[in-house]
Write a protein that binds this ligand. Structure first.
Ligand SMILES: Nc1ncnc2c1ncn2[C@@H]1O[C@H](COP(=O)(O)OP(=O)(O)OP(=O)(O)O)[C@@H](O)[C@H]1O
Ligand SMILES: [Mg+2]
Length: 254
């Protein structure tokens, strides 16, 4: 492919292709996979309701060579899902190709935590280093329209969020949204206010309300369920509401 043809393809994909949302945070356990799957579920359900699908309009993709999304998908009754899922296992090129499919509207990409960064990389240099995961991450970062950075009230996730934003997203000019996850309603407002204050002091855009911590989410992951399939209960409604707000915030940010 000549560079001229390639850029024509890029232009076409940009105009009609799906919007790509990367869920990224250096630290493990902040909720990247949970957010990917449940955001895809609520967004996919609304596109089903609008009769907007042949192949599902929403795709949850995982680039992790370890395949955490794959583990989850193994437990899911596929026909029950309002979205497609795709596991690239770190293969570069799959997402770039998919971007040319105009039937797809949103691709939400789960990424692995990246602990193997180059601590000595010069400010402004890419600290992702050389590895299969790094190459896969760079591909998604090149394509992404928006990044979601999950953070928890637990301060251990704050520095890695800052690193992700300052060293990975800002140099690439990728718009981002910080999302507070795992807020335990029983902890009350002080814990939540502290993390909100930290985010706001850094001038980072954030989703106004947090995604609350409910046991139902952790159990769901084991059973391959998403928020749209939780058995009706007050908690299930609140859990779903959190992801509906996230979907709305994401759509407004795109
Ligand atoms: N809002 C929530 N309420 C309850 N449990 C949650 C919530 N979000 C995530 N969890 C649980 O916390 C754990 C970590 O979440 P998850 O696997 O989504 O994080 P991750 O960022 O993808 O981690 P990794 O970097 O290791 O892939 C999982 O057991 C998940 O079920
Ligand atoms: Mg994960």
């Amino acid at each position: 492919m000549t560079p001229a043809q390639k850029s024509a393809t890029d232009v076409a994909a940009e105009a009609t292709g799906p919007k790509i949302i990367i869920v990224i945070q250096q630290k493990g356990g902040a909720g990247k996979s949970t957010i990917t799957v449940n955001l895809a579920a609520v967004s996919g359900r609304s596109s089903v309701m609008q009769n907007d699908i042949e192949d599902a309009a929403v795709i949850a993709a995982g680039i992790d060579p370890q395949g955490s999304l794959e583990d989850w998908a193994d437990r899911v009754p596929e026909e029950a899902l309002p979205f497609d899922y795709l596991v690239t296992r770190g293969e570069v090129g799959v997402l770039t190709k998919l971007r040319e499919d105009p039937t797809r509207k949103r691709i939400i990409v789960d990424t692995p935590g990246f602990m193997e960064i180059d601590p000595d990389a010069a400010w402004g240099a890419d600290p992702l280093g050389e590895s299969r995961v790094a190459d896969a991450l760079r591909e998604v970062l090149d394509l992404a329209h928006l990044a979601i950075v999950p953070i928890t009230p637990e301060w251990l996730s704050w520095k890695p969020a800052e690193f992700t934003i300052e060293r990975i997203l800002k140099p690439r000019k990728i718009p981002f949204l910080v999302v507070i996850n795992l807020h335990d309603p029983r902890d009350g407002d002080p814990a939540l206010d502290a993390v909100k204050k930290w985010i706001d002091e850094h001038g980072y855009p954030r989703m106004s309300d947090p995604i609350r911590k409910y046991k139902i989410h952790a159990h769901a992951a084991e059973n391959g369920l998403t928020v749209v399939e939780y058995k009706e209960s007050g908690t299930a409604l609140r859990a779903r509401e959190d992801f509906m707000s996230l979907a709305l915030t994401v759509e407004q940010a795109l």
